[in-house]
Ligand binder design. Structure first.
Ligand code: UDP
Length: 349
């Protein structure tokens, strides 16, 4: 019988791409989402791409323990991939209580249910934000985390630590009622792009904070002009450097990571992997690549630096390459073409 993976927040941007890749790899999936930050567009897209009309979908809020517990009673869950969280940095600064309550309580509930229902493999979606403005680049998993600069970033650090502690506390458990919880945290760099089918992609609400949705919305005419935040940074062209990882490549990393857990291949009960390309790309380079690959001109201007941005960050991906046997495959051009195809499809073009 196929192993079953619960994808919390599975109707969102990353969750929907991960659901597709899990199904492609032969796993059964249960999607849970409270729909607080998405509609059914991506879940419908997932069904079309996979040709599976029967993917179980549970509209629950993971902050409600009874709902999470019921889910674990209704399905035998072999692994959980936890995406259900708020993700806007600026909003988290304005609404810290809401962010801490949502992001921490939902994860605690998942862990409690995992433990109570005989143990489980838990994959947590973390972020390169935990490294802050790192001194040495590229960052490895051993690079010290720096104090978070937003409640959002802090919830990523706290959830990593919570997972580590829960794994540690349950590791000697061998009873029938409470089995081991194992955990992997994937630290994503900058996920961008869309599925090549253009049936699923990023659906930002309101004005996008992230670069690529802002670029595609400007190109389609929804936004007048892209502001490139800062061109006086100490980099070659003066703009910030990031590690942009294709969303399908990122989704595939989740499949190999949950397989590693479910197949008993972990070296430690709690492991961390950087998920990026290992290649730094500047904001100006990304904008130029978008124009070139899609054969269009983008309206953009240079604007002051955005508070809180780090100058440069990119991943040392050796651990993920060697231990997970995973490597980013798609070029930034392919990814930007997919992002544009998705935006055009949204606009009905
Ligand atoms: N950026 C930009 N204009 C925008 C949005 C982002 O110049 O409208 C820059 C931002 O300053 C950073 C990079 O694009 O250098 C990536 O930002 P994003 O918000 O996508 O991700 P972050 O790295 O902040 O998580």
């Amino acid at each position: 019988m196929a192993k079953r993976v619960l994808v919390s927040g599975g109707a969102g941007y990353i969750g929907s791409h991960v659901t597709v890749e899990l199904i492609n790899a032969g796993y059964d999936v249960v999607v849970a989402d409270n729909m607080s930050n998405c509609d059914m567009t991506c879940f419908e897209g997932v069904k079309k791409i996979t040709g599976r009309e029967d993917i179980p979908f549970c509209q629950i809020d993971c902050c409600d323990y009874a709902s999470v517990d019921r889910l674990f009673s209704d399905y035998k869950i072999d692994a959980v991939i936890h995406f259900a969280a708020f993700k806007a940095v600026g909003e988290s600064v304005a609404e810290p209580i809401m962010y801490y309550r949502n992001n921490l309580v939902s994860f605690l509930n998942i862990l409690e249910a995992a433990k109570t229902h005989g143990g489980c493999n838990v994959l947590f979606s973390s972020s390169a934000t935990v490294y802050g403005e790192a001194e040495n680049l590229p960052v490895t998993e051993q690079t010290p985390r720096l104090p978070a600069t937003s409640p959002y970033g802090n919830t990523k650090q706290m959830c990593e630590d919570i997972l580590r502690d829960v794994v540690f506390a349950t590791k000697d458990y061998d009873g029938a009622a409470q089995g081991p919880v194992k955990g992997i945290a994937l630290r994503y760099f900058n996920p961008i792009g869309a599925h090549p089918s253009a049936l699923i992609g990023e659906l930002p609400r309101g004005v996008p904070n992230n670069l690529v949705p802002f670029i595609t919305q400007t190109a389609i005419g929804k936004r007048e002009c892209l502001s490139i935040f800062g061109n006086d940074y100490p980099t070659e062209d003066g703009t910030c450097l990031r590690d942009y990882i294709d969303i399908v490549d990122l989704a595939k990393a989740h499949v190999v990571a949950v397989s590693r857990m479910m197949d008993g291949k972990m070296k430690e009960g709690y492991e961390i992997f950087n998920i990026g390309t290992g290649r730094p790309v500047s904001v100006a380079e990304l904008v130029n690549a978008f124009e070139k690959v899609n054969n269009l001109k983008l309206n953009y201007k240079f604007a002051p630096r955005r508070p809180g941005d780090v100058v440069a960050i990119w991943a040392d991906t050796r651990l993920a390459n060697e231990e997970l046997g995973w490597k980013a495959e798609r070029s930034v051009e392919e990814t930007l073409a997919a992002a544009w195809a998705w935006e055009k499809r949204l606009a009905g073009k």
